[in-house]
Design a binder for this molecule. Structure first.
Ligand SMILES: [Fe+2]
Ligand SMILES: [Fe+2]
Length: 229
């Protein structure tokens, strides 16, 4: 990677989170550009926050000299499509954001807007689950039997919760309190579920996707569209 922008997080303004400070500079950069960052701390969490801000468009690596970490990161250019795991992480982030918006609307007693947001979440989440069950789970079914079975069981639980939420939306007109309770339950379930998938299955799916080549990734993008863009 050739380099241009250089950032030392030890010089970041006091009270400003490192990820926020770095994002304020990154968002002024363009696709294909590169930055080097010196961080006194191990960068995994910091990079997860940055990826969230940058919608998983960053490719990065870090080396350490024992006193700190030199991170080299690169914003994917227009001809560098997202890999499978980043595509799925981006959709997890989008669903989380949709759920947070739904909860905020429920909190503000905006029933109609909350139900519309919940309908969006319902469509995206059901599509996402179908994709993982049908297309991705078989990719690592033998290598990761237990995580794959657990994922399928959790999907069943999530679908039951989505059905219950749909029922609340149809039956309990204006009952924001009950909808909020169900959404809170879904948020807790989804949080653990997404984390487990990202840790135990995404790298296996990514390796399988590398073996399968472009057709698999194209099929994932086709099924997730328009939410994957
Ligand atoms: Fe899932
Ligand atoms: Fe997922």
């Amino acid at each position: 990677m050739s380099c241009c922008y250089v950032l030392d997080l030890r010089l970041a303004p006091q009270g400003v989170p490192s990820a926020t400070y770095t994002y304020s500079i990154l968002r002024e950069m363009g696709p294909g550009e590169t930055m080097r960052i010196w961080s006194p701390d191990e960068p995994t969490l910091f990079m997860a926050q940055l990826q969230n801000h940058m919608r998983h468009t960053l490719v990065w690596e870090a080396v350490t000299d024992g006193r700190g970490y030199l991170i080299t990161l690169h914003i994917r250019g227009p001809h560098e499509p997202l890999a499978l795991a980043d595509t799925l992480r981006r959709e997890h982030d989008d669903m989380d954001a949709c759920l947070v918006r739904s909860l905020a609307l429920v909190g503000a007693e905006q029933w109609t807007a909350a139900v519309a947001e919940v309908a969006r979440l319902d469509r995206t989440l059901r599509t996402h689950i179908l994709l993982e069950n049908e297309l991705l789970a078989p990719l690592a079914a033998r290598e990761a039997q237990e995580p794959t079975s657990l994922m399928r069981r959790e999907h069943d639980d999530i679908l039951v919760q989505l059905d219950a939420i749909q029922e609340v939306c149809q039956v309990s007109k204006g009952s924001c309190g009950e909808l909020g309770t169900w959404l809170g339950l879904l948020a807790a379930t989804l949080n653990k579920h997404e984390y487990r998938e990202e840790v135990s299955l995404f790298s296996l799916w990514e390796r399988a996707s590398d073996r399968e080549g472009a057709p698999l990734l194209d099929e994932v993008r086709r099924r997730l569209a328009p939410t994957a863009s």
